[in-house]
Each structure stands twice: as structure tokens, then as C-alpha cells.
Design a protein around this ligand. Structure first.
Ligand code: NDP
Length: 339
């Protein structure tokens, strides 16, 4: 395997030192790399599929909050086959998944034909899930499942009423809509895409509201109680406004910031209605929690409409089309990258 070359997406930074304030530009290309140049680690994986998440697009365009050092290969998700392992838990030929930890952030990621990672990051592919299906989920699907897990453990039950999903056609949102519907919840999808209503209905949403409706700020700190729960993927004013309408002791999960990382709210929904705001981080989950969630995603919570969520592409199309599209909020469902 040593000295083998492989294709990878490669993001480079050029710094203009002549400008009064140092200015960086970033460019992307698909290049040939060598396995010997991958970071050290216990498990070398031949990547079968990766997937595109919002965070990957940030890394691919020079966001230093995600990736500090360039040149770099993004890709926070991988499904593939063990090519070499110095850890006895993993054997050559075994099908595995890696999501989260430092993959694709400051460790060379999955937009490449090979990765090498520590054994502690590697999850054996659960039964009843193919490599491709695992990447239709990817980090976005894992985050949707983790959000639902937290909402359920906080006490949200289907009979309590409507559950709002924001950013509903996005990666996390679309899996969340389909999974909540499968689990018997009455899902209301908030979306900015009028052309995607049919898609959302196909996933099981009962009602659709426009993103704009949630952006209108009434200035009042509380509004009529409406939502039993919210699975938010966007943050900002949209989450702040939706919090005003959560029912007494309702449950809200929050994982994303595509609208804004700010949350301009007051304490009133919390202290007058006792609502629960649950933070969701998919990156640093323990292996025990990871295995439990992947097992649910592969079995009892497995979405029947998984294939309907997928757009499949290769590295070239990912680079030329989908990285920009996801940054513009124009992707519907999940982009799976076939290596
Ligand atoms: P996507 O880009 O796939 O989806 C985001 C969706 O949000 C879009 O499709 C769009 O849906 C909506 N949207 C886009 N722009 C705006 C805007 N300006 N205002 C309001 N809504 C907007 O991203 P992902 O689903 O992959 O990720 C969603 C968020 O969750 C990101 O912020 C990401 O960083 C975060 N995330 C966090 C994780 C964690 O561990 N905490 C893990 C994974 C993701 P529509 O058109 O339907 O409204």
C-alpha cells in the first residue's frame, strides 16, 4: 500500500503579503497525493463514499474557524473499507464509518480516495445499512438523530403536538423531517424553498410554513403557545422567534447557525413557560453513544425514504457545483460523494 498515489480535493491558501492588511485567497483542485503523506494513524481506509455537509463547504472555502491550516483536504464523513490496520479491532476488508472528531477539519478528510485515522474514531458499519446509506445520513443524519434522541429524552412525545423543523430541506433538516415522521410525530417544516414542498411531503411532513413567516419579529417577548417541540438547524432570529411560541414545558434542540450564530432572545420563554433548550454537538460524542445512535439509524429509526434524500456526485462535480450551492442554501437533501 505504501507509496500508492490517490486522488484528493486539495484546498490551498495564497497570502498577499503586500497588502497593508494580510489578505488570503483560497483555491481548490483535484490532485494526486501519496498514501505516505497522510497523517499517522492506526487505520488506513479506502474511501467508498463521503458526503457534503455545510461545515465541509466552510473548510473548502478557507474558514479558519473550521480549518486552521492549509493546504488541506476537507470531508468530515467517510464510509469505506479497511485497507490496513495496526489495531486488532479492525481487519483488512472490514466496512467502516468515520464521522466527526477532527476528520476533515485539521486532519486530511474524506474528499479523497484514502484517509488514515486513529482506531478510536472508527465505527464498524452497523448491520442493515450499506456504505452508501451510511453516507446519505453522514454527519447531518447523525446530528438529526442525536437531536431527536435528546428531544425524546427531554420528554417530547408524539401526542403532545406539532414539532417544527427549521432549515427543513437541508441535510440535517431533511433527515430530521423524515425520521420524526417515521417515529410518529406531527412534523411542520419551515423552508425557504417554495419548489421543495413536494419533496418535504414525500418525506412525511404534515404542514409547511415559509422561512419568512418565522423571520418576522413581532417585538413581543412571548406569542401564543403553538409548538410542542422544535428541531432547529439555523439559529438567529428564526430560532429566537420560534422560542416565543413553544408550549409550556416544551422541548427545543439547537445544532446550527446557517442563519446566524446569535440568539437574540429573552429569558421569558424559559422562566414563564419552563421550556427546555437542548444543545447538540455531534463531533465529540462517546463511542458508546455513537454506536447506539448508528444502530437506531440502521434499524428502528431507519428512514424508508433514504434514497429520495440523495444526490450522488463525484469529486469533480462536488468541487465545481455543490460546495458553492450548499453555501448559498440551495441544496435539497444530502449530497453523497462517490470516490
Ligand atoms: P445545509 O446547508 O444542508 O442546510 C441548511 C438549510 O438551512 C438550507 O438548506 C436552508 O433550508 C436553510 N437556510 C439556508 N440559509 C439560510 C438562512 N440564511 N436563513 C435561514 N435558513 C437558511 O446544512 P446542514 O443541514 O448540513 O447543517 C445545518 C446546520 O447545522 C449548519 O449550521 C451546520 O454547521 C450545523 N451542524 C451542526 C452540527 C453539530 O454537531 N452541532 C453537525 C452538523 C451540522 P430551507 O431552504 O429548507 O430553509
Amino acid at each position: 500500500m505504501n507509496n500508492t498515489s490517490f486522488n484528493a480535493l486539495w484546498v490551498t491558501e495564497t497570502v498577499d503579503e503586500s497588502a497593508t492588511k494580510k489578505k488570503s485567497t483560497f483555491s481548490r483542485a483535484i490532485i494526486e497525493r501519496n498514501i505516505d503523506d497522510l497523517p499517522k494513524g492506526d487505520v488506513l481506509i479506502k474511501v467508498a463514499y463521503s458526503s457534503l455537509n455545510y461545515k465541509d463547504a466552510l473548510s473548502a472555502t478557507g474558514n479558519k474557524g473550521v480549518t486552521r491550516k492549509y493546504p488541506h483536504t476537507p470531508g468530515i464523513d467517510v464510509a469505506g473499507v479497511v485497507a490496513q490496520s495496526s489495531n486488532e479491532d479492525f481487519k483488512e476488508g472490514q466496512e467502516v464509518i468515520v464521522t466527526g472528531y477532527d476528520l476533515g477539519m485539521n486532519t486530511a478528510g474524506g474528499f479523497a480516495e484514502f484517509i488514515r485515522v486513529p482506531a478510536e474514531w472508527v465505527v464498524k458499519l452497523p448491520q442493515n445499512l450499506t456504505l452508501q446509506e451510511s453516507m446519505i445520513y453522514g454527519t447531518a443524519g447523525f446530528t438529526a438523530a442525536l437531536s431527536i434522541f435528546k428531544l425524546q429524552h427531554s420528554g417530547l412525545k408524539p401526542e403532545q403536538g406539532e414539532v417544527l423543523v427549521t432549515g427543513a430541506t437541508g441535510g440535517v433538516g431533511s433527515v430530521a423531517v423524515a425520521m420524526l415522521a417515521k417515529l410518529g410525530y406531527h412534523v411542520v417544516a419551515a423552508t425557504g424553498k417554495t419548489e421543495s414542498h413536494e419533496f418535504l411531503r414525500q418525506l412525511g411532513t404534515k404542514e409547511i410554513i415559509s422561512r419568512e413567516a418565522l423571520q418576522e419579529d413581532s417585538k413581543r417577548p412571548l406569542l401564543k403557545e403553538h409548538w410542542a417541540g422544535i428541531l432547529d438547524t439555523v439559529g438567529g432570529n428564526i430560532l429566537a422567534n420560534a422560542l416565543k411560541s413553544v408550549k409550556y414545558e416544551g422541548h427545543v434542540s439547537c445544532c446550527g447557525l446557517v442563519a446566524s450564530f446569535e440568539l437574540p432572545t429573552t429569558v421569558l420563554p424559559f422562566i414563564l413557560r419552563g421550556i427546555n433548550l437542548l444543545g447538540v454537538d455531534s463531533v465529540e460524542q462517546t463511542m458508546e453513544k455513537r454506536l447506539n445512535l448508528w444502530n437506531l439509524m440502521a434499524n428502528d429509526w431507519k428512514i424508508d425514504t433514504l434514497q429520495a434524500l440523495m444526490i450522488e456526485c463525484d469529486l469533480t462535480t462536488l468541487n465545481e457545483t455543490y460546495i458553492d450551492k450548499i453555501l448559498q442554501g440551495q441544496v435539497q437533501g444530502r449530497v453523497v460523494v462517490k470516490l
